[in-house]
Write a protein that binds this ligand. Structure first.
Ligand code: IMP
Length: 217
């Protein structure tokens, strides 16, 4: 598995055009209260399910034969990656271990501050292990860059990254992302684990908010 350059999904990664609206996923935006403020569905449940099945098959093959100490340790980045992590790990069929890390996020803003700190560290040892970092989204790349630096210093045998989403952002830092679910336009998205001001994580799809729902400084 090669490291993809920033902004490049692997060949099978889905790509979402910025013009995609409600019609792109073939469904209207729900009238449910959890969807209040949602302008359009960018990636629907079926597309997410299908892409995760493909990623899981690729990862099974990559880590295939893993047993005992060889079993990869999936490191989910809280809180946004929880939904992706739980679906991805259940779609994988090889033995694997899971753990979580929490790093500081945007708060109620939609822009990266560039300031990253560890809020919760791993329970598991990293040294000598095959580590698979599971991220929800790579935006500026700063969070992932920091996290990978931290993990690399702990001497893993192997360090890989799978991200559900990667924004098409020319000024992002060139960070290692080995597998990408979907390359998306540079828009602020919510749902399927991703939040705005703590809300919208429980949407089962990835969506774009109506600008009127965003109070950005
Ligand atoms: P980065 O450091 O700019 O790459 O941002 C990484 C983190 O910011 C992600 O793990 C998310 O928690 C959050 N983030 C970045 N873009 C979005 C977005 O469009 N919606 C929700 N959260 C985002």
């Amino acid at each position: 598995m090669e490291s993809a350059a920033s902004g490049t999904a692997d060949g099978r990664g889905g790509s979402v055009a910025s013009g995609a609206g409600d019609g792109a996923s073939g469904r209207p935006v729900s009238a449910e209260t959890r969807a209040r403020g949602v302008a359009k569905v960018l990636i629907d449940e079926a597309a997410i399910r299908e892409r995760i099945a493909a990623l899981a098959a690729e990862l099974d093959a990559f880590y295939g034969g893993a047993t005992g100490d060889d079993a990869p340790l999936m490191v989910g980045v809280l809180t946004g990656a929880v939904t992706f992590m739980t679906d991805l790990m259940r779609a994988m069929t090889i033995p694997l271990a899971v753990d979580f890390m929490a790093v500081s996020s945007y708060g109620a803003s939609t822009r990266s501050s560039g300031v990253v700190r560890i809020l919760k560290d791993l329970n598991e040892e990293v040294e000598g292990r095959r580590i698979l970092v599971v991220e929800d989204i790579v935006d500026s790349g700063l969070t992932l860059q920091y996290l990978l630096d931290v993990l690399r210093r702990r001497n893993p045998r192997d360090l890989r990254v799978v991200a559900l989403l990667k924004k098409d952002k020319p000024d992002a830092v060139p960070v290692q992302v080995d597998r990408i679910g979907f390359a998306i336009p540079d828009e602020f998205v919510v749902g399927y684990g991703l939040d705005y001001a703590g809300l919208y994580r429980n949407l089962p799809y990835v969506a774009v908010l109506d600008p009127s729902a965003i109070e950005d400084a």
